[in-house]
Design a protein around this ligand. Structure first.
Ligand SMILES: *Cc1c(COP(=O)(O)O)cnc(C)c1O
Length: 390
């Protein structure tokens, strides 16, 4: 038996930022006290700052899906016409939520690995001018593809519809100019690029979207955006907050601000670029080759090999938890994450491990091919001087 460290390398939950983890130990705090309000206010202000928006930001004690649900139940009415972009499992989730609440959804579906084109959204809006909302993923974590959010926003902005962006893995991995592009609702989650455990969701909300809250008639109780806004302005949450996670988020946001959001994004982009280079170098194929995002890279398993074997081998041989495909992609692809607290040292290890696993499972590669591709990108990017070490 040798030492094998467990490493969580999935696109949510992601590796934890150690000082944030330590901050959680101060959770014996009451949430209606000035000490806690300080942390809560720091989270709201910090989120606004790193998201780069002047819009209101709201926080919820839920996983990311809670904020997706809250958006629909607070801003829409039964029978409202909406357009839903479906490019993977998370797009399907938008369609399911819309259906659950009785919205009249025009669903644009593209095959897994591809993205909905802005012209398709434009066309859907032209076909149905009464459309009140457009739903999309910035980064479709299930396939590794990223939407052209800026161009989609340009199609939605002149209409009466609001654009709702699930940026749960988009934030911190791709530029999102919320105010400049006119992104009405932008949703994030704690367990992705924000480097803390699951359990917090948050969203920015534009003045255009707030107007929808005035006329929306769908029932809701726990997730109440207007109530949450009022509480947030007083430095509190409406209900008992996830205290430990708020303390962790306040700490993690300090770090994100120190690194700088543009550098956090560049970090993910570089790791994604290096991963693609390594994968091609090893003779493997990318799943979302046409529009690869930087939150996660989805790789096709070699012909005749179940991707579950690769995932299992990572865990058994190296204690590394990487992601299989979801739904019908299970067994077909495996996914290497880049969002949040990932660095080049993580990637060197992942690619070296992958080379060993491929060799051991009937797909011969010469050692170092993939690793060298990552090293070249590391060298070119000269990341060392900019990196903030902890
Ligand atoms: C992780 C994720 C979600 C949220 O899932 P939860 O399990 O509810 O946190 C939503 N959309 C995308 C694109 C995601 O990656």
């Amino acid at each position: 038996m040798y030492i094998k460290k467990q490493r969580l390398l999935t696109p949510g939950p992601t590796p934890l930022y150690p000082p944030a983890l330590h901050a959680m130990m101060a959770s014996d705090i009451h949430h209606r006290t000035e000490d806690f309000r300080k942390a809560y206010r720091a989270c709201l202000a910090g989120l606004k700052e790193v998201m780069g928006t002047a819009h209101d930001v709201l926080l919820f004690a839920s996983s990311g899906t809670g904020a997706m649900d809250a958006t629909v139940s607070n801003l829409f009415s039964k029978g409202d016409k909406v357009v839903v972009c479906v490019a993977g499992k998370f797009g399907e989730r938008w369609a399911e939520i819309a259906k659950a609440y009785g919205l009249d959804a025009q669903v644009i579906t593209v095959p897994y690995g591809q993205v909905v084109r802005p012209e398709q959204v434009h066309g859907a809006l032209e076909r149905e001018p009464a459309t009140r909302g457009v739903f999309v993923q910035a980064s479709e974590t299930s396939t590794g593809a990223a939407h052209d959010v800026e161009a989609i926003a340009a199609a939605v902005r002149p209409t009466q519809a609001i654009l709702v962006v699930d940026a749960i893995t988009g934030l911190g991995t791709m530029p999102l100019d919320i105010d400049g592009w006119g992104l009405d609702v932008v949703i994030g989650g704690s367990q992705k690029a924000f480097m803390i455990p699951p359990g917090l969701a948050f969203m920015s909300i534009s003045p255009k979207a707030w107007k929808f809250a005035d006329s929306a008639t769908l029932p809701h109780y726990y997730f109440n955006l207007k109530k949450e806004k009022k509480s947030g302005d007083a430095g509190e949450s409406s209900w008992t907050p996830a205290t430990s996670l708020i303390l962790a988020l306040a700490e993690a946001l300090q770090y994100v601000k120190q690194v700088g959001m543009p550098h956090l994004i560049e970090n993910a982009q570089l790791l994604a670029e290096a991963t693609r280079a390594a994968i091609r170098g090893l003779g493997l194929e990318l799943f979302a080759a046409a529009a690869p995002g930087s939150s996660v890279t989805a790789v096709k398993a070699p012909a005749g090999m179940d991707s579950g074997v690769i995932v299992k081998e990572f865990r058994n041989r190296f204690g590394a938890i990487i992601a299989n495909g979801q739904g019908s992609m299970k067994g077909q692809i495996f996914r290497i994450a880049h969002l949040g607290y990932f660095d080049f040292a993580d990637l060197f290890a992942v690619i070296a491990e992958l080379e060993i696993i491929l060799n051991a499972n009937g797909f011969p590669v010469s050692y170092g091919t993939g690793v060298a591709a990552v090293q070249r990108i590391y060298e070119r990017a000269a990341v060392l001087p900019q990196t903030v070490a902890v």
